[in-house]
Design a protein around this ligand. Structure first.
Ligand code: NAD
Length: 345
């Protein structure tokens, strides 16, 4: 039986992988995969990792030296993997889609929570404080929402927004050939939107896509939503924009420095990250800890797809969900052998 070392395992991962697994011995480890923990993969045939593991050149070389030839990412995003270094050494597979609804619905939950000040209201009523002062929101109906990235999650979120009677505009570097989407330039989106929501991947091009100059182009009093990746936003520029009133409220499920903090209980620690501390303390910011994906349906799909990816690898079959640096942000290009329905290498 092949052994999988499963880094950064949480109880909900274990529950859903154990339900789906019949073929593998899975060693669940609480540690993240980093240069200092990589040796824990000794003796395994595969490694399973997640969004905040560090899969840099050092880790890849160490895994390769341990004989590991496949890395199964149990997530869609892969900005934490050094693909150029992994090429020709370790095949990387991922779960390209597990529930766009989970993330899109959570994005709307954040918008409703920020706009209607639900955390504040919840805390008040628990204390029998039934005052409504300071709880005024706006109608979402008729507002313009700008969606950046019109892939699976962005489009699902757009449908939800249309159900609320919003006007939806979008920007994507690869616009879908879809007459129902009103595409505009990024500048135009920043200028026109009452609400902006990020649904594009984190790449060199999108790092700090929303920086001080982007905030300057936005309407005063815009709402900002990010359930994609933290580093799409320059967090210091966001704090400035919140302070000036440029941004009326922010719903964030990700944070650019989340890697050492999220997915664990830090309540007994003094948080050293001042930007995060300031963001969390603001009444007009609702921050969740990268939980947008966390539905039963998504966890079941993640487990089943990850195990199917490993089945393909060990059966020597083409890897449906393989990704390499040539795959060009998910869009397979002609240079890549995957285009010819083979493995990337
Ligand atoms: P997807 O690949 O289906 O869509 C991404 C879209 O972004 C594509 O249409 C692509 O063309 C577009 N894009 C790429 N570069 C761009 C740029 N520079 N500007 C504008 N658009 C650009 O991906 P998806 O499944 O919709 O996921 C979107 C993102 O959501 C992922 O990259 C991931 O970071 C994030 N995500 C977060 C969670 C969570 O729990 N918070 C869970 C899953 C995914």
């Amino acid at each position: 039986m092949k052994t999988i070392t499963f880094f950064d395992a949480k109880p909900y991962d274990r529950e859903w992988f154990d339900r789906s697994n019949q073929s593998y011995h899975i060693r669940y480890l609480e540690s993240k995969l980093t240069p200092s923990t990589v040796q824990l993969a000794a003796g395994s045939d595969a490694v399973c990792a997640f969004v905040n593991d560090t899969i840099n050149a050092e880790v890849i070389d160490a895994l390769y030296a341990l004989g590991v030839r496949v890395l199964a990412m149990r997530c869609a995003g892969y900005s934490n993997v050094d693909f150029v270094h992994a090429f020709d050494k370790i095949n990387v597979v991922r779960v390209p889609a597990y529930s766009p609804y989970a993330v899109a619905e959570h994005t709307m939950a954040l918008l409703l929570a920020v706009n209607r000040k639900l955390p504040r209201a919840y805390n008040r009523t628990r204390d029998f404080n039934f005052s409504l002062v300071g709880l005024t929101g706006v109608d979402l109906h008729g507002k313009t929402i700008g969606v950046i990235g019109t892939g699976k999650i962005g489009r699902t979120f757009m449908d939800i927004c249309k159900g609320f009677g919003m006007r939806v505009i979008a920007f994507d570097v690869f616009p879908a050939k879809d007459a129902n989407i009103e595409y505009v330039t990024l500048d135009e989106l920043l200028r026109q939107s009452d609400i902006i929501s990020l649904h594009c991947p984190l790449t060199e091009q999108t790092h700090h896509l929303l920086d001080a100059s982007a905030f300057a182009k936005m309407k005063d009093g815009v709402f900002l939503l990010n359930t994609s990746r933290g580093a799409l936003i320059d967090s210091t520029a966001l704090l400035d924009a919140l302070n000036s009133g440029k941004v009326r409220g922010a719903g964030l499920d990700v944070y650019e420095e989340e890697a050492d903090l999220f997915f664990k209980d830090n309540s007994g620690l003094l948080i050293q990250d001042d930007v995060l501390a300031l963001l969390v303390s603001r009444p007009n910011v609702v921050l969740t800890a990268h939980q947008a994906f966390l539905t039963e349906e998504a966890l079941e799909n993640i487990a089943q797809t990850t195990l199917a990816n490993l089945d393909e690898f060990f059966a020597g079959e083409p890897l449906t969900n393989e990704i390499c640096y040539q795959c060009d942000e998910g869009k397979v290009i002609e240079d890549c052998r995957k285009w010819r329905k083979e493995r990337c290498f």
